[in-house]
Ligand binder design. Structure first.
Ligand SMILES: C[S@@+](CC[C@H](N)C(=O)[O-])C[C@H]1O[C@@H](n2cnc3c(N)ncnc32)[C@H](O)[C@@H]1O
Length: 379
């Protein structure tokens, strides 16, 4: 991309710095009505960006957004380029972009949005980089094949929910919670958090030359991803193993069908499972949504936090239905210690789609322990 900095009163627009945000938005299927390209950018900057960084990009060709999304994106992009080209003869739009759009509009439109690859970008907090360095290479990617419906094949687990983004950001800011620690996730869904944790494990290992605790092995700790639904767990495994995700090279990821109702109907086998896992952190994102599932979930957390080594659970709750949340709090506080931790989604490290389901809703993160935690300091 032939990026340039265009100066105008009040500030500098740096195309190289700004345009990658459009890639992030495109990769996360952000509707074009939310996308903006400042008119101060030159035709050639924007043209080369659309051509090289989007149309010809290797990753986006291997893991493309769904065709119906691409269709609306390229309609917007071509209109943008046409408006920027003015009457300049040199400002010709590369034929490949028109050809791509023509292919998209000639394909049959599905009544329902099809599954799509979605790529989210996040920026590890790297103390060796100054905060104003914002280059593409400092981002990591999480790519998922996801449903775009809220319920698909009878489950909510085939897409990533906002509570996962909140927990992800919290973990990126508090890497000590998961670095060198085995982690178990309840209701893992598509594997978004699993991919993030695998990246944090591998990142942490590769950046620390000398292990601080010699009793821990050199291999990254285990990540246990669990869900009640076999299709969801298959999709989770598929996403974790996508070669573009760092998680594909994590050697210790286990997948397990786990139904919270087991804590009520086959408590002993669930207890022995938890007793045998090395997990120190239990995660759950958007797992409090159905009042009927509150007693089994509370029982599961109670079993998980009572077996084996001392553990902490971090549960991300989207405040959708206050009555369900109050019921969960009332039940969980009978058995366990609950503290709400402060977090923010404002300076997001994750590129979030603006029209996400639940975008307006608050997400709370609860720290749940059996006894006061020794290693957890974020509050
Ligand atoms: C709203 S989705 C959240 C998925 C993922 N954690 C996220 O934030 O994107 C709820 C998840 O809980 C799982 N789930 C629902 N009931 C469950 C149960 N009884 N036992 C275990 N998992 C369950 C679903 O299969 C689904 O993956």
């Amino acid at each position: 991309m032939s990026g340039s900095a265009t100066r105008r009163a009040g500030g500098t627009f740096d195309a190289k710095k700004y345009l990658p945000r459009v890639v992030h938005a495109y990769s996360a299927l952000t509707p074009p009505r939310f996308l903006k390209i400042p008119s101060i950018f030159s035709f050639s900057d924007v043209h080369d960006f659309f051509l090289i960084d989007i149309l010809l990009d290797d990753h986006l060709n291997k893991y493309p957004p769904a065709r119906d999304y691409q269709r609306s994106f390229w309609k917007w992009a071509l209109e943008k380029l046409e408006s920027l080209s003015g009457d300049e003869e040199d400002n010709e739009i590369d034929e490949r972009m028109y050809q791509h759009y023509t292919t998209l509009i000639s394909s049959v439109a599905n009544a329902l949005p099809s599954d799509s690859y979605i790529t989210h970008y996040w920026k590890p907090l790297d103390p060796t980089l100054s905060s104003d360095v914002e280059v593409e290479s400092t981002y990591e990617m999480i790519t998922l094949l996801e449903s775009r419906a809220t319920i698909a094949a009878g489950t909510t687990g085939l897409r990533t929910w906002r509570a996962s983004f909140a927990l992800a950001q919290f973990l990126v800011e508090h890497t000590d919670l998961v670095a060198r620690r085995a982690v178990l996730e309840l209701g893992s869904g598509t594997g978004f958090l699993g991919i993030l944790i695998a990246s944090l494990h591998l990142r942490f290992d590769s950046t620390s030359a000398v292990p601080t605790d010699c009793s821990r092995s050199a291999d990254p700790p285990t990540i246990y991803l669990t869900d009640v639904n076999p299709c969801v767990l298959d999709r989770c495994q598929h996403n974790i193993k996508l070669p573009c995700n760092r998680s594909s090279s994590h050697p210790n990821i286990e997948y397990r069908l786990l139904d919270w109702c087991d804590a009520i109907f086959s408590r002993d086998s669930l207890a022995s499972f938890f007793a045998n896992t090395s997990a120190e952190i239990i995660l759950g994102a958007d797992v409090v949504f159905d009042p009927a599932m509150v007693p089994p979930l509370v029982a599961t957390l109670s079993v998980a936090l009572s077996q084996g080594r001392p553990r902490v659970a971090l549960i991300g709750i989207t405040i959708r239905n206050q009555a369900t949340i109050s019921y969960f709090l009332q039940e969980i506080e009978k058995a366990l210690m609950v503290v709400e931790v402060q977090h923010t989604m404002e300076d997001s490290f994750i590129s979030l789609t603006l029209d996400q389901v639940d975008a307006e809703l608050e997400v709370k993160i609860l720290k749940i322990t059996k006894v006061a935690s020794l290693f957890f300091s974020a509050s």
